[in-house]
Design a protein around this ligand. Structure first.
Ligand code: A2P
Length: 345
């Protein structure tokens, strides 16, 4: 039984969701078309890289296995395929819309207030839904409409010219219009969250960030707890299948961490299950991605794993403050964004 986090209006979000980043839409023709349209090739950030499966059948498998929360984003390039999977599951009576929690994210080229509603409408059309449970601003970064990632500094728009608050106000109106039940952000620092809290009409209800034993972010946890902001942990397993352009030489591999392996052995479970159980026991939502049917089930079963206080303490000592997704792909010479100003270091 997967626990939930509760929003201020009583809505409940399952603490274990199915991650769809790096999940191939399926079909070579589609992948090539998308690659050319988005210019993903340069950065190798595309959803098909290293993803052998097909997100349509995998999402169906995940729902059949018992997942009731799917984490999506426009930029993953696969929402239409996820939409087909959801529609088929609803039609077959496997689940109903209100039994599912669906999150998606606004891409950075739609931060202009007038672009926000068309962006969510496009996502809703792709997902074949009439509302999202949660819509997040994907990055605190703005880029010209039609660009996916920066190639030249001119494609980026500074936050001085297009403040996050302007985008946020447009997101607030999506809740009033019933297009989203909840709104939040992703990859936001404490300072950027504070700015929204100080100025927004609707406070952000979620920050989706990278969280795992090598990047525990205790002050973020504390801040969000005090301000009623939920946290979702992305890359909870260390995202070892992310594109080569997001990797560095000799980086530590989370799923091979000996301390996690020892705790797993002591409970008769797998290292992935320890990592997911740890995330949930800290009160955070986790969205592991897997294309493997056995691991899809295994990850869901982590909801039954109970770590001891000593296990939790032992894992606390593993923190390296090590980001796997450091946002450096937003940094172009002469551009407005740096790793330092994205995270407010
Ligand atoms: P696969 O899709 O072949 O299962 P993250 O969720 O942190 O982004 O990590 C995803 C990576 O972790 C993928 O390479 C995925 O591979 C792998 N993975 C997912 N679940 C498990 C598991 N239970 N055991 C080992 N590796 C896993």
């Amino acid at each position: 039984m997967v626990n939930t986090v509760t929003f201020s209006n009583g809505d409940q979000m399952p603490m274990l969701g199915f991650g769809t980043w790096k999940s191939a839409p399926g079909g070579l023709k589609y992948k090539l078309k998308l690659a050319i349209a988005t210019g993903y090739r340069r950065l190798g950030l595309g959803p098909w890289k290293g993803a052998p499966g097909d997100v349509y059948s995998t999402v169906k498998d995940a729902i059949a296995a018992g997942y009731r929360h799917i984490d999506c984003a426009h930029v993953y390039g696969n929402e239409a395929n996820i939409g087909r999977a959801l529609a088929d599951c609803f039609k077959a009576g496997i689940v109903t819309r209100d039994q599912m929690w669906i999150t998606s994210k606004l891409w950075s080229d739609c931060h202009e207030p007038k672009e926000v509603q068309p962006a969510v409408e496009n996502t809703l059309a792709n997902l074949q839904l009439d509302y999202l449970d949660l819509y997040l601003m994907h990055w605190p970064v703005a880029i010209q409409k039609g660009s996916t990632f920066p190639v030249t500094p001119e494609t980026l728009i500074s936050l001085k010219d297009l403040p996050l608050l302007d985008t946020w106000r447009a997101m607030e109106s999506l809740v009033d219009k019933g297009l989203c039940r909840h709104i939040g952000v992703s990859n936001f620092s404490i300072a950027k969250l504070q700015n929204l809290l100080d100025n927004a009409q609707r406070p952000p209800e979620m920050n989706q960030i990278e969280l795992h034993p090598y990047l525990q972010q205790p002050s973020m946890l504390d801040f969000c707890h005090k301000n009623n902001i939920h946290l979702t942990a992305y890359s909870p397993l260390g995202s070892a299948d992310r594109p080569a352009s997001l990797k560095t030489a000799n980086e530590p591999i989370l799923l091979e961490e000996p301390t996690i392996a020892a705790i797993a052995k002591s409970h008769g479970v797998t290292p992935a299950q320890v990592l997911l159980s740890w995330a949930m026991q800290r009160g955070t939502v986790a969205i592991p991605k897997s294309f493997n049917p056995e691991r899809i089930r295994q990850n869901l079963a982590s909801a039954e794993v109970v770590l001891t206080a000593k296990d939790m303490q032992t894992i606390t000592a593993l923190d390296l403050n090590r980001r796997y997704v450091d946002g450096a792909f937003w940094q172009v010479p002469g551009g407005p964004y740096t790793v330092e100003n994205i995270w407010d270091l």
